[in-house]
Design a protein around this ligand. Structure first.
Ligand code: ATP
Length: 333
């Protein structure tokens, strides 16, 4: 079952001439990590909003978790969204709540039991490397730590799909790489990740599937692709700022990539097969799937700040959607 299906999706916003999305058609299978790339205004956020059912297509069909979102009644949208985690460039934390309360809040609003919350929140914070910071307020954290809180909040209810809209957009290169490593780890555990980004260097380094939009049209769908033409992408920082630190950070991403393919740190979904390209999807013939497993890398100079937890013992994998079950959307169906 495709986790996400776009069938000839066109999105026109009121009062605009050109559609924001034009007959966009793709499938995302369980366990994939997909970069959505393209210049500002190309339609990346519009895609994510359609997946979250924050908006509906003008034409075509969006199906998520096997569910046609056209036929999803508004009252069931909150239930549907429980299965989709989302993180944004601006973190969107509740400034008057502690780290713990921010993560717990998303469970409280869906009526999770106190026992579940007391177990799941510390586990999620440990997974993102924030144990010990549960009582901090968001303003007492660095940007990278705030984004980790947002990621913990997004995964604490074990979503099948994690959407990330420019999650590194407000972070420096070294911090960005930590976040990319974390997303790669979450994906290695079986969670499908779709990430919209301008960050060409990460896309080039990670060699995952790339869907490129240009003025609302899908112009590329490539397994193991790079960013492609970056000339239209505005740079927020001068190149010099991103120099050495960025290079070191990107090397660490590559190592994390190798590590996650060599050692399934979090048990992957037994039911998930390696991603097979959809026959309908345009794939560059020179593209290749994830590299063969490599021997465990030597220790990194820029290690991931994730405690060496026995995730299965803690039940983290199960609770955070990092292990498999074929649970349906449930209340939405
Ligand atoms: N609510 C809206 N009303 C009208 N036009 C909109 C709306 N939201 C987006 N658009 C337009 O749709 C197009 C695609 O926007 P979208 O935000 O999806 O692009 P993007 O690739 O995510 O851009 P960025 O990288 O700058 O976030 C743009 O031309 C934008 O101006």
């Amino acid at each position: 079952m495709a986790m996400i299906r776009f069938e000839n999706v066109t999105k026109r916003y009121r009062g605009t001439k050109r559609p924001a999305l034009s007959e966009v058609d793709f499938n995302v299978e369980a366990g994939e990590f997909v970069f959505l790339v393209g210049a500002s205004g190309s339609g990346k956020s519009s895609c994510l909003r359609l997946i979250l059912r924050e908006d509906v297509p003008s034409a075509g069909r969006v199906a998520v978790l096997g569910r046609d979102l056209r036929s999803l009644p508004n009252r069931k949208v909150p239930y549907f969204r429980r299965h989709i985690g989302s993180v944004f460039q601006d973190f969107r934390l509740l400034s008057s709540k502690t780290v713990y309360q921010n993560v717990a809040f998303s469970l409280q609003v869906i009526g999770s039991s106190r026992g579940f919350i007391q177990q799941a929140v510390p586990e999620a914070l440990a997974l993102v490397g924030l144990d010990g910071k549960a009582k901090r307020m968001p303003h007492e954290l660095s940007g990278g730590e705030q984004q980790r809180v947002a990621i913990a909040r997004a995964i604490v209810n074990r979503p099948k799909v994690l959407l990330a809209d420019e999650p590194t957009g407000n972070l420096d290169p070294a911090t960005s790489v930590d976040i990319m490593q974390l997303l790669a780890r979450i994906n290695a555990g079986g969670t499908t990740v779709v990430m919209a980004t301008h960050e060409a260097s990460f896309v080039d380094q990670m060699q995952r599937r790339v869907i490129e939009l240009k003025e609302g049209e899908m112009v590329r769908d490539e397994l193991g692709g790079g960013y492609g033409d970056t000339s239209g992408i505005p740079r927020l920082h001068p190149e010099a700022v991103r120099g050495a630190a960025a290079t070191a950070a990107l090397t660490a991403v590559r190592e994390a990539q190798r590590e996650t393919s060599a050692v399934p740190a979090i048990a992957p979904d037994a039911g998930q097969q390696p991603v097979q390209p959809d026959p309908d999807v345009r794939v560059d013939p020179s593209a290749r799937p994830d590299p063969e497993p490599q021997p465990a890398p030597t220790p990194r100079t820029n290690p991931i700040v994730i405690p060496d937890v026995q995730v299965d013992e803690l039940g983290v994998a199960d609770r955070l959607g990092l292990s498999g079950d074929d649970e349906e959307v449930g209340p939405t169906s």
